[in-house]
Design a protein around this ligand. Structure first.
Ligand code: ADP
Length: 198
């Protein structure tokens, strides 16, 4: 991990097109700031496909994991994986889900931001709630504002609309921040409560 002090941990947050179109940008920023997480870079963009393609990992393990998640949903709800997606190969299915995801992420503007604070990566994931909104706890962004599920999404062959993206690990955060921001676009400043809080 590249940061020296825990309060300097950084993560990347994207308000996905569904979050932007539903007017949830302010609510999301509010929830992050309320938890003493500091927004140190912020911009609205309408990404191109190649830009979004660079954002999501391309390694086999990550893609296969997406396929595994999808298979779990199909098993849970008794759907026919092969019948609906034409394959049972988890890597092939993962690639399919990844392409739905990229299509969704370029279907409208997104708001990208770098968020800094103690355990920023885990904190933002916690505030966001788990991937599938239908399972996300109340009080999380996904739990409070979405009811989408993989079952519904996969029936329609699209990505789950779950309002936000948040990096999963500090290493992933670094890769994602480098993908979306230049160092000059990231700003260091002190929030008032920093002297009191810690
Ligand atoms: P997270 O965004 O919580 O880190 P993942 O990295 O597993 O979740 O997946 C990336 C994104 O891909 C999710 O946020 C969601 O939009 C979409 N997604 C994941 N799994 C599926 C699936 N089975 N069907 C449709 N979309 C999915």
């Amino acid at each position: 991990m590249s940061t020296s002090h825990p309060r300097e941990e950084r993560t990347l947050v994207l308000v996905k097109p569904d979050g932007v179109k539903r007017g949830l940008i302010g609510e999301i920023i509010h929830r992050l700031e309320q938890r003493n997480l500091k927004i140190i870079a912020l911009k609205m963009i309408w990404a191109t496909k190649p830009e979004m393609d660079k954002h999501y990992p391309k390694d086999e393990a990550w893609i296969t994991r997406l396929g595994e998640k999808t298979k779990k949903t199909y098993d849970k709800y008794g759907y026919d994986l092969k019948g609906e997606l034409g394959s049972t190969d988890l890597f092939e299915i993962g690639k399919m889900v990844r392409s739905w995801l990229v299509d969704f992420m370029v279907s409208g503007p997104v708001v990208k931001m770098v968020v800094q604070g103690v355990h920023a990566v885990d904190m933002v994931r916690k505030i966001s709630g788990q991937t599938m909104p239908s399972l996300a706890e109340m009080g999380t962004i996904r739990g409070d504002y979405s009811v989408d599920s993989a079952a519904a999404a996969n029936k329609e062959k699209r990505a789950v609309h779950n309002i936000v993206h948040a990096s999963e690990t500090p290493e992933e955060a670094k890769h994602e921040i480098d993908n979306w921001f230049t160092p000059e676009e990231i700003h260091a400043y002190k929030r008032m409560e920093e002297d009191i809080q810690f």
